[in-house]
Ligand binder design. Structure first.
Ligand SMILES: NC(=O)c1ccc[n+]([C@@H]2O[C@H](COP(=O)([O-])OP(=O)(O)OC[C@H]3O[C@@H](n4cnc5c(N)ncnc54)[C@H](O)[C@@H]3O)[C@@H](O)[C@H]2O)c1
Length: 346
């Protein structure tokens, strides 16, 4: 069975380049969204605590099963730990045998950014060139690179409540070629932009964006509100916006729309991608991708990784699965392994 570790994902990025991987991942996610009906879908399992959430995100089509373990612990960062850490498994539906275990922390940042940019490609005004990013933590640079690669965003206006996060972002992006302006408030960051990405981490109903900051025609990519009691937008913005979600039953629990009534109108994004529902209808529409992260995106990422890491330098074979000569003789296999080594004659 294949193990794809952090070093292997880094080697893959070195080989292919980050922008190319983001584009390929977005294509893979789009292909999987187009076969929406083929997937066995459910909202994710979530174990909540005062510290954060631990989630399992299973999904299957008729050939493969994928599942990601992932957390969300906003206070981790102050302890020198990641807010979001994960790993995943891909299995063969025909036998139930796992095919691969893979790191899914870098891959989550990659697939989230690819998904965000894919949604914006379908929803933002054509010709969008400027984006604000609010929240400059682990996910932020991946968002910037994905929006440049998939939409041609060339100017960023960025804000974080922590100046150290802003400084880190500016250093990491200094050779990107993007024109970047750091601002003192979220309000200043969103002034005049085509797209706003909110990607903050705070375990509460925050108001990262208030209604008066949002002008007509803007596309909002709301990434950080992804858990009950953890939102980023003032509800009045949602009243003015056309709202697009990944999987409605999950987003009703976890997304920005948890603030709204159960019949608040939303459109599942796959319908827009498949041409079955309209996306943006007018240049002055406010469109909102209420992103929470859905299992299909991880399935796409795991399948992509499985196909991309066949080279021996990009994975390790591990001995996780038993192989008795007779499948029914599991006990005998164990007994034979326990037998004492024959004494070596002097
Ligand atoms: N929707 C998805 O698919 C998806 C996927 C991955 C992560 N996430 C979520 O995205 C968020 C960011 O994840 P991360 O790994 O980058 O976290 P992180 O802890 O590394 O960074 C979060 C940043 O937000 C900043 N911040 C907090 N409150 C703010 C505010 N009010 N205004 C401006 N900045 C603020 C913090 O200072 C920090 O720099 C988390 O909430 C995470 O759960 C969502």
């Amino acid at each position: 069975m294949r193990l794809v570790e952090v070093e292997h994902v880094i080697a893959l990025v070195r080989q292919r380049g980050l922008a190319r991987i983001l584009v390929e991942l977005a294509d893979r996610i789009e292909e999987d969204y187009l076969r929406w009906g083929e997937f066995d879908k459910s909202p994710r399992y979530a174990a909540h605590s005062p510290h954060g959430v631990i989630e399992l995100m299973p999904i299957a089509d008729c050939e493969r099963f994928g599942c990601k373990y992932v957390n969300g612990h906003p206070a981790n960062q102050a302890k020198g730990l990641q807010t979001v850490i994960g790993f995943g498994v891909l299995a063969d539906v025909g036998t139930g045998y796992p095919l691969m275990i893979a790191e899914m922390t870098l891959m989550t940042a990659l697939r989230t950014a690819a998904m965000s940019a894919l949604a914006a490609r379908h929803l933002a005004r054509p010709g969008a060139r400027t984006m604000a990013i609010i929240g400059l933590g682990a996910q932020s640079e991946f968002q910037a690179v994905a929006f440049e690669a998939l939409l041609g965003i060339s100017e960023l206006r960025v804000f974080d409540v922590d100046p150290a996060a802003t400084a880190k972002f500016l250093v990491n992006m200094r050779d990107s070629g993007l024109h970047i302006v750091a601002t003192d408030t979220a309000g200043e960051a969103v002034e005049g932009v085509d797209i706003v990405t909110t990607v903050t981490a705070d375990k509460r109903s925050a108001t990262v964006l208030s209604d008066n900051m949002i002008g007509s025609g803007i596309h909002i990519n709301a990434v950080g509100g992804d858990c009950p009691g953890k939102t980023e937008l003032q509800a009045a913005i949602l009243d003015r916006a056309r709202v697009f979600v990944e999987f409605e039953p999950q987003t009703r629990i976890e997304g920005e729309i948890q603030q709204m009534s159960a019949d608040f109108p939303v459109t599942e994004l796959w319908q827009v991608i498949a041409g079955e529902a309209p996306g943006r209808q007018h240049a002055d529409d406010i469109t909102l991708f209420d992103s929470v992260g859905f299992a299909i995106e991880d399935f796409s990422a795991l399948s992509y990784l499985f196909d991309a890491t066949t080279d021996a330098a990009l994975h390790r074979e591990i001995d996780l699965l038993v192989r008795p000569a007779d499948p029914r003789d599991l006990y005998g296999m164990l007994q034979r392994q326990l037998e004492p080594e024959p004494a070596i004659a002097a």
